[in-house]
Design a protein. Structure first.
Length: 223
């Protein structure tokens, strides 16, 4: 039976921690590296419901996209939401691992899948690193389409009924930047790359205003 350390070492190779954003908290976040792993649970976020399921189903390891904890904790008690979840999981001997933004940016990660899913060609990192991967993706639509058509393509790919769009529906779109999650900080990189549109999860109000001022459209598919 593999150990927590062996399973997480495999995950680390797939989504190396150096690809994660500076502000992120990735890797093994709770648990005993030498603990045995028979059952693994995956989820987007550790919630009271998913934590209770992990305990009930006797999982040994939770692989969650969003980290728990995300920010440093000054104390670990059941008085607060995060502390209560961590306490319950620790008592049940359940470890937590999160790749988060490392998984977003790795070779076969979420940004690459989104870029391929909407039909981009000549895909490259939006902000490259020395390892020839990097944060976000950019690419070219061939043939180009308009913003309304791109939005419909994203809705079909992600099985969405609704999403948010900033820009004129008829705006021609050829070069697209992709950055999942809340990627407002990558707007300057998308502009510098000559992109006509940035596909991301969400954007603050002032980020939308900045995109409008820079002449770049936004497709906000949700976080």
């Amino acid at each position: 039976m593999p150990t927590v350390d062996e399973v997480t070492a495999f995950l680390d190779r797939f989504a190396p921690a150096e690809l994660a954003a500076d502000w992120d908290n990735v890797g093994l976040l709770l648990g005993d590296r030498q603990g045995a792993v028979e059952r693994v649970m995956t989820c987007l976020t550790v919630t009271p419901r998913s934590a209770a399921e992990a305990v009930r189903e006797r999982a040994n390891l939770i692989v969650t996209h969003h980290p728990l904890p995300f920010r440093p904790l000054r104390r670990l008690t059941t008085d607060a939401h995060e502390g209560r979840l961590l306490w319950e999981l620790a008592r049940a001997g359940i470890s937590i691992y999160s790749p988060h933004t490392a998984f977003d940016s790795t070779r076969g990660g979420i940004n690459q899948q989104l870029a391929e899913g909407i039909g981009l060609r000549e895909i490259a990192p939006l902000v490259p690193t020395e390892s020839e991967v990097g944060t976000g993706r950019r690419g070219r639509l061939d043939p180009p389409c308009n913003l309304g058509e791109l939005a419909e393509r994203v809705k079909k790919l992600l099985h969405l009924e609704l999403l948010q769009v900033a820009g004129a529906s008829a705006k021609p779109i050829e070069r697209v930047a992709v950055a999942c999650g809340s990627a407002g900080e990558l707007l300057p990189a998308a502009v510098a790359a000559g992109c006509d549109c940035l596909l991301t999860g969400e954007m603050r109000f002032h980020g939308c205003l900045e995109a409008e001022a820079q002449g770049i459209a936004l497709v906000l598919a949700g976080h």
